[in-house]
Design a protein around this ligand. Structure first.
Ligand SMILES: NC(=O)c1ccc[n+]([C@@H]2O[C@H](COP(=O)([O-])OP(=O)(O)OC[C@H]3O[C@@H](n4cnc5c(N)ncnc54)[C@H](OP(=O)(O)O)[C@@H]3O)[C@@H](O)[C@H]2O)c1
Length: 280
């Protein structure tokens, strides 16, 4: 097997770390990156190349991409994995939080793609894997900012898949359901930052906190998700869209097949908004 050069973002935990370990185990050259390089020490011990990279910082992207191209002359697979869920009522999220959410989940991945496409094009092949979410297919209350970033990432991936096809570059969109990672605890930290006691949704504090953790209820094991994902990404002709994990079929199904008013009603009941309306 010819080892592939693979760049992965957001490898301090969860899907990024797990993909790094799996791809390294089967002999590929993995460049694992994270905001804090110390969180990659366990990967470095396994001879994975580790670098500091915050996807919301242009200079970090330039530095790491240049370094890999200088060393390897190519990047075969880019996995845009880094991301987090910003949870809170849309009208109460500060602008800079929304901006940072888009910088991390959408514009960072896009900058990486723009940097890497020229080298993939000159090699006549490459695979770009964008980790989206079922949240980009079915919006739930108090996660509008996160859902918007993932819906936008899906659309950009769709366009790129067609636009890059003539150059031999394949684009894969992964739309996970709930996978057991640190995603819920990272999302809960955003609620702690944003949610204030004088919120117009103060009575729904419990529901908003529950939204941050919801992906982790009955979540699919990270190991089984990673095994299947690695297998699909490495296929000669990888699938265009990969949907796996808890609720990855049922939630989009509800959104596409129920009338919007009924879908909204179910979600408003689930997240306490119907109760709030009755009390006002
Ligand atoms: N787990 C799920 O149920 C689920 C479902 C659908 C989609 N996803 C998506 O899967 C991807 C991976 O998430 P996960 O579930 O593995 O959660 P996770 O364990 O929280 O991992 C997220 C990773 O993204 C990193 N990250 C956040 N902001 C970053 C930035 N500005 N620059 C570089 N890295 C950054 C985190 O690093 P720090 O440690 O520095 O914060 C962490 O390494 C995300 O895009 C997420 O939206 C997850």
């Amino acid at each position: 097997m010819h080892p592939k050069v693979i760049l992965i973002t957001g490898c301090s935990s969860g899907i990024g770390k797990s993909l790094s370990l799996s791809l390294n185990n089967i002999g590929h050259k993995v460049y694992a990156t994270a905001r804090n390089v110390k969180t990659l020490a366990d990967l470095a011990e396994k001879s994975i190349y580790t670098f500091q990279l915050d996807v919301s910082i242009d200079d970090d992207i330039d530095r790491v991409v240049q370094l890999i191209i200088k060393t390897e002359g190519r990047i075969d697979i880019l996995i845009n994995n880094a991301g987090y869920g910003l949870i809170g009522p849309i009208v109460e999220i500060p602008d800079e939080e929304i901006k940072h959410q888009f910088d991390t989940n959408l514009f960072g991945p896009l900058k990486l793609i723009n940097k890497i496409v020229p080298v993939m094009k000159s090699n006549g092949n490459g695979v770009i894997v964008n980790i989206g979410s079922i949240s980009g297919l079915a919006t739930t209350p108090f996660s509008g900012a996160y859902c918007a970033t993932k819906a936008a990432l899906h659309s950009i991936s769709d366009a790129l898949r067609m636009e890059l096809f003539p150059f031999g570059i394949k684009v894969v969109t992964v739309q996970p359901g709930g996978i057991k990672t640190n995603f819920g605890s990272a999302a809960s930290k955003t609620v702690e930052r944003i949610f204030k006691s004088d919120s117009i949704y103060s009575k729904l504090e419990k529901e908003i906190k529950a939204r941050a953790e919801i992906s982790q209820l009955n979540a699919t094991s990270l190991e089984s998700f990673t095994i299947k994902l690695v297998d699909k990404i490495l296929q000669k002709n990888p699938p265009s869209i990969i949907r796996m994990g808890n609720r990855s079929i049922s939630l989009p199904f509800l959104r596409f097949f129920l009338p919007t008013k009924l879908y909204d009603k179910i979600m408003m009941n689930k997240f306490g908004l119907s109760k709030l309306k009755l009390e006002n």
